[in-house]
Write a protein that binds this ligand. Structure first.
Ligand code: ADP
Ligand code: MG
Length: 684
């Protein structure tokens, strides 16, 4: 069986390929997925593989699934370096002059404790020809500080940076935890096959050997093997590959993967606890791997800022002494001072701290963000596309009329429809089944359904009592011509044996705050707000005009949604897509920011989204955008303030009006202002 392991300390594609090669040479089937930092392998000796990895790339290896979270470990190291730092500050005064090597020793210890991550990354990036990111900037500035004996400043920069990163990590961890709990809440039940029929039981009550069914769009709750049914599985959580995999009888399914199309019957091969831990790990991993998709702001910023600083420093060290025929060592000293003050504490702490505040604030509002970069992308969004059913509307359908056609009695139509729909998880399906119960049908009355298949955005297909049955929108009627459905209502058609046998009029209500959501987005000056739905164009038109949308598109298959999204995207729009269904998952992945409804949303949507709305209110979209924009502007203010102050001090320094201590002192002041400023995000 394929297993997935998280690897740490590996970020060069060449080394990854080398490692893959070496593992393959040993006869194992392995693949390294660099963006998600994972190794996917089919049965292998992990110890041995670990040795191969670290021999190719020292420091890299398979991360242990220890209980200490990376944040926890970082926090411990930070505390330790703080203690050493304080010790250095206290003793430094006495050691200075008399025992200087000892003074340096203590500072260097604090420096290495606080800055090992940054130093390692800077070193690695330089080896791979990547200069001028924030790690390089900090390394340069702090090494400069050591050279001109500004020891406290060197350590402080690293400490501040780490503190910011840790806070940001904590905010993210919290929001991811909320997402996991949203998903877990739902995955806790199993559709068990019991002697009396299918019953919903807690997953924890299942034992090995018991059977259960998994409907399309559902996450597979327990490890097991398929005993009947055929389907396509979405294994992306497990393997990182988004291509669906066909699975039939005998296929071993893994908990946490998603059943995309068919209905399958599975025999459990592991109890919940064993299945559960693997799933949790995969989820968190997935969430963190997504961080690499867009470059972080501080990196983008450093790429421009660092070379400028380096150029000026080189200029200062070489050109003036050449012309003034003067003292090279004095100008070198000035160049070093410039490097030191170029990397202010305020600068390195303000960005992560801003994200900490932004993500924390969003979490508290009910907007769960999977990675800091999404906050940044969200601030630059100009187009919001909504799904309809379950996103703008309640997704709870009232049934206003059911009629039989071509000689079929109404009750029979209801019974056939409900029997087939009892295998689906779609909101329409649930409403039809509930309706059947409400008029007196019992579960036992339901007819046996074979060859069940669901086509997202279209409907369901099956064989009932030897007849081919289809149920869904116009698309199932290909070939038949029919009058369109009345406005504001959707029609579901039932065909039995190729003949139209029934129609069901269903109506869905707008969510309470859908209208407010659109108005509020409008107030934020977005270029366009629109809706993409699989429901009929008539219904789409009615809803769109009621909400005042800029445009809409109805009758879309999942591919159709994707096509429109890609068209808008290539026209230069920066798009947030908000959806809930399994048919929305592809668009959620492709959009610049994918947003899913957390409660009613399908697992597929939540897994693939960048942001999850915990209470399903569309109003949260504009709240999230507001928080993102505010975070961006506050981070920007902090950076401007930090750089502005520095520039001022450099100029004053050049005229001999302040010394370097003035600049360092001002920096601490600015860092404090940046901290306070970031906290304003909480009260926006
Ligand atoms: P939306 O894109 O608005 O969220 P969906 O793509 O989920 O809507 O569904 C689009 C249409 O496909 C529905 O309006 C319905 O006509 C049809 N449909 C999808 N699944 C089913 C089902 N299980 N039973 C009946 N009709 C379905
Ligand atoms: Mg939907």
């Amino acid at each position: 069986m394929k297993t997935r392991h998280r690897i740490k300390g590996l970020d060069c594609p060449v080394c990854a390929a080398k490692i893959e090669d070496r593992i393959k040479k040993m006869g194992y089937n392995a693949r390294i997925d660099l963006p998600s930092q994972s190794l996917i392998i089919e049965d292998g000796d992990i110890e041995e593989i670990n040795r191969i990895i670290s021999s190719v790339e020292p420091g890299a290896g398979i991360a242990e699934n220890s209980n200490v979270s990376p944040v926890g470990r970082k926090l411990k190291i930070l505390l330790l370096s703080c203690i050493v730092y304080i010790f250095a500050l206290i003793t430094g005064r006495y050691l200075h002059g008399s025992y200087e090597p000892l003074e340096y020793g203590i500072y260097i210890l604090a420096y290495i404790l606080a800055g090992n991550g940054v130093l390692l990354k800077a070193g690695k990036n330089i080896l791979h020809g990547k200069f001028f990111d924030e790690n390089f900037l900090m390394t340069l500035a702090t090494v400069g500080a050591f050279l001109i004996h500004e020891l406290p400043e060197a350590v402080a920069v690293m400490l501040f940076y780490n503190a910011g990163e840790i806070l940001e990590g904590m905010a993210l961890a919290r929001s991811r935890k909320s997402i996991s709990s949203l998903v877990n809440l739902k995955a806790e039940t199993v559709n068990k096959i019991a002697p009396e029929g299918i019953v919903t039981v807690p997953a924890s009550s299942m034992t090995v050997g018991e059977r259960f069914i998994v409907k399309s769009g559902e996450r597979i709750p327990l490890d097991g093997s398929i005993v009947s049914g055929e389907t396509w599985l979405d294994l992306s959580l497990l393997t990182g590959e988004s291509k669906p995999v066909k699975a039939g009888e005998g296929y071993r399914v893994v908990a946490g993967t998603i059943n995309s199309t068919g209905l399958i019957e599975v025999e459990a091969t592991a109890i919940l606890e064993r299945s559960y831990t693997s799933r949790m790990l995969q989820m968190v991993e997935e969430a963190s791997s997504r961080k690499s998709r867009t470059e972080r702001f501080i990196t983008k910023f450093s790429r421009i800022y660092t070379p400028i600083v380096v150029l000026i420093a080189v200029f200062l060290a070489t050109v003036p002494p050449f012309f003034t025929g003067g003292n090279y060592s004095e100008w070198l000293h000035r160049a070093l001072i410039l490097l030191v003050i170029s990397c202010p504490c305020a600068l390195v702490i303000s960005v992560p701290l801003g994200y900490f505040a932004g993500i924390g604030k969003a979490s508290r509002t009910g907007v769960l963000i999977k990675g800091s970069n999404y906050l940044e992308v969200l601030a630059g969004i100009d187009t919001v596309l909504f799904d309809k059913t379950g996103t703008l509307t309640e997704g709870k359908f009232g049934i206003s009329e059911i009629s039989g056609h071509n000689g079929m009695a109404q009750a029979e139509a209801i019974l056939i429809a409900a029997s087939v729909e009892s295998n689906s998880n779609h909101p329409i399906a649930r409403s039809i089944v509930d309706y059947a119960f409400s008029i007196g049908f019992k579960k036992e009355d339901f007819l046996a359904v074979r060859n069940y298949r669901e086509i997202p955005g279209e409907g369901v297909y099956a064989i009932v009592e030897g007849n081919e049955v289809a149920l869904g929108n116009e698309r199932i009627l290909r070939g038949l011509s029919l009058s369109s459905s009345p406005k504001g209502r959707s029609k579901i058609y039932l065909t039995v044996g190729g003949k139209l046998s029934g129609t069901i009029d269903i109506s869905d209500k707008l969510k309470e705050d859908s209208k407010k959501a659109i108005e509020s987005l409008r107030g934020q000056g977005l270029a366009s707000i629109a809706m993409l739905t699989g429901d009929s164009p008539d219904v789409a038109a009615a809803i769109s005009s009621e909400l005042g949308l800029d445009w809409y598109q109805g009758g879309l298959s999942p591919e159709g949604k994707l096509e429109i999204l890609e068209k808008s995207s290539s026209a230069g729009c920066k798009i947030a897509f908000v959806g809930d269904g399994i048919n929305d998952a592809p668009v959620i992945v492709r959009s610049d920011v994918g947003i899913a409804m957390g409660r009613a949303g399908s697992d597929a949507a939540i897994e693939t989204a960048d942001i999850v709305i915990s209470d399903d209110s569309p109003l949260q979209v504009s709240r999230a955008i507001a928080i993102a924009r505010r975070t961006r502007s506050i981070v920007f203010q902090n950076i401007s303030l930090a750089i502005g102050t520095k520039a001022l001090f450099i100029i004053l320094g050049a005229f001999g009006l302040v010394n370097m201590w003035g600049a360092v002192f001002a920096d601490v002041g600015v860092a404090l202002i940046a901290v306070l400023n970031s906290l304003r995000i909480f009260h926006g």
